[in-house]
Design a protein around this ligand. Structure first.
Ligand SMILES: Cc1cc2nc3c(=O)[nH]c(=O)nc-3n(C[C@H](O)[C@H](O)[C@H](O)COP(=O)(O)OP(=O)(O)OC[C@H]3O[C@@H](n4cnc5c(N)ncnc54)[C@H](O)[C@@H]3O)c2cc1C
Length: 430
């Protein structure tokens, strides 16, 4: 029997959304013997996937644990990850012809190109006999009383035994056309959705003392405090390259904290960040360093001293904040002002006024409730309906966790939708 022929009685599976979750679901369902149709709203397959990881696609991470994910049903994540971890993902990707390698903790295509992942998934769909329809937007999902579904998309009606919704979330540049359609469909079907907001997103500051130009970066520790924390316990504490402009702060450490910060802002708390530009320097060493600078460079301008120890644009920001001029010298500073100057370098304060919009976000927080899904990503309320990928209330940290979830949920739902039995590691090898 050729790959495109199906045994009599093969189940018909409809998959909506040709991103990583939907294409993985379509491939695994087809390999498991189903007749599969994959329906995509846009004319382009895997548009967002092609943009991931700055065009390189960080596909997964060595540190896959529930702590790396935000979801209301956090207790479920370890169970999912233990069934489809990095070795299963690597086997699956290799089975579709995409070789990967570890770079530090991140998994990437060996080619170094996200477009290679899109191509391998698309070609594997084609080789597995998946019918692919583009330019057809899913509008309705109607369960039939006797089982199965009728779905309306692109002015046509499609019938199937099982339906997999993998239509993504709301994040990404406008060219991705992410519209979050399926939240509305889920709610119509009685599947609860948690509130959505942009995740892995820059934070809005609107601070005129910060540099006007873009590209100002500093390796730093950034800690976020919510007003409620009188004991000064940070709600998030991250290290890495922070990027500053007068409008926003970004960079990976900011994106990593953005979900927690968004929740605190949503709960009505004031949030401020403190940036430590010398996180590796102990307090004692810092005292010695600042005493040395004060003594040796007393006749030097404050600006020149700062430029020797931090980014020049941040040095100008510090002058603005302390109302100093470019000609003020170290010896002009009172002890209090000198302390304030050095404090800016260890706890540069930034008030957070909001979060960036979906166009600048890499993920959507919230979504279709994970608690509503069984271990195969099937709805507990509507058997035969599966949800996968960003649509579900699961969002990970930066570093490959979101794509891993897309592949994982696509694989589990595809195998089960086709056969009614759960994923086993051999399924990853095709
Ligand atoms: C700039 C950027 C960089 C990123 N980098 C990384 C990274 O390096 N590593 C990582 O892990 N994650 C990264 N992410 C996140 C990652 O891209 C997403 O988690 C992932 O694409 C989600 O996969 P998905 O299949 O669920 O959804 P999507 O990739 O969004 O695919 C959903 C598909 O469904 C289609 N669709 C929508 N509505 C309908 C409808 N009504 N009918 C039919 N089709 C529909 C869409 O057009 C789309 O093709 C990044 C995101 C962005 C924006």
């Amino acid at each position: 029997m050729s790959m495109k022929e199906h045994p009599a009685g093969a189940r018909k599976v409809l998959v909506f959304g040709a991103g990583p979750a939907g294409m993985t679901a379509a491939i695994s369902a087809a390999r498991s013997g189903a007749r599969v149709t994959l329906v995509e709203k846009t004319d382009e397959i895997g548009r967002k996937l092609s943009m991931t990881g700055n065009g390189r696609a960080n596909l997964s991470n060595r540190n896959l644990t529930h702590e790396m994910y935000h979801t209301e049903a956090a207790g479920r994540m370890d169970g999912f990850l233990s069934r489809f971890g990095t070795s299963e993902l690597i086997s699956f990707l290799s089975s579709i012809g995409l070789l990967t390698r570890w770079e530090g903790d991140g998994l990437y295509p060996v080619s170094g190109q996200a477009s290679a992942a899109v191509l391998a998934l698309r070609r594997s769909c084609e080789r597995s006999g998946v019918e692919m329809i583009t330019g057809a937007q899913l509008k309705t999902v109607t369960p039939k009383p006797a089982g199965g579904f009728v779905c309306g998309a692109g002015g046509r009606e499609f019938s199937a035994d099982a339906v997999i919704l993998a239509t993504g979330g709301l994040s990404g540049p406008r060219s991705c056309q992410a519209s979050g359609d399926a939240y509305y469909l889920c709610e119509q079907l009685g599947i609860p959705c948690t509130p959505r907001y942009p995740a892995l997103v820059p934070l809005i500051v609107e601070d005129e003392t910060l540099p006007q130009k873009t590209g100002v970066r500093a390796w730093a520790r950034i800690r976020f405090f919510a007003e409620r924390d009188r004991d000064r316990k940070p709600i998030a504490d991250e290290f890495g390259e922070v990027q500053f402009t007068a409008k926003s702060v970004s960079g990976i450490p900011v994106l990593q904290a953005s979900d927690i910060v968004a929740r605190a802002l949503h709960d009505g708390f004031d949030v401020r960040a403190e940036v430590d530009l010398f996180p590796e320097v102990t307090e004692t060493a810092w005292q010695d360093l600042t005493a040395d600078l004060t003594g040796r460079f007393s006749s030097e301008t404050v600006l020149n001293v700062l430029c020797g120890i931090c980014n020049a644009s941040l040095a100008e920001s510090i002058l603005r904040r302390l109302s100093l001029t470019e000609t003020d010298r170290m010896s002009d500073l009172s002890p209090d002002l000198r302390n304030a100057l050095f404090k800016q370098l260890r706890a540069f304060p930034v008030r957070i006024r909001g979060i960036g919009d979906y166009a600048r976000a890499q993920a959507t927080a919230g979504g279709a409730s994970l608690a509503e899904l069984d271990d195969d990503c099937q709805s507990r309320r509507i058997p035969g309906l599966y949800l996968a990928g960003e649509l579900v209330d699961v969002n990970g940290r930066c570093g490959g966790y979101n794509l891993h979830w897309a592949f994982l949920s696509g694989m589990l739902s595809g195998v089960h939708a086709a056969r009614g039995r759960s994923f086993e590691p051999d399924d990853a090898e095709g």
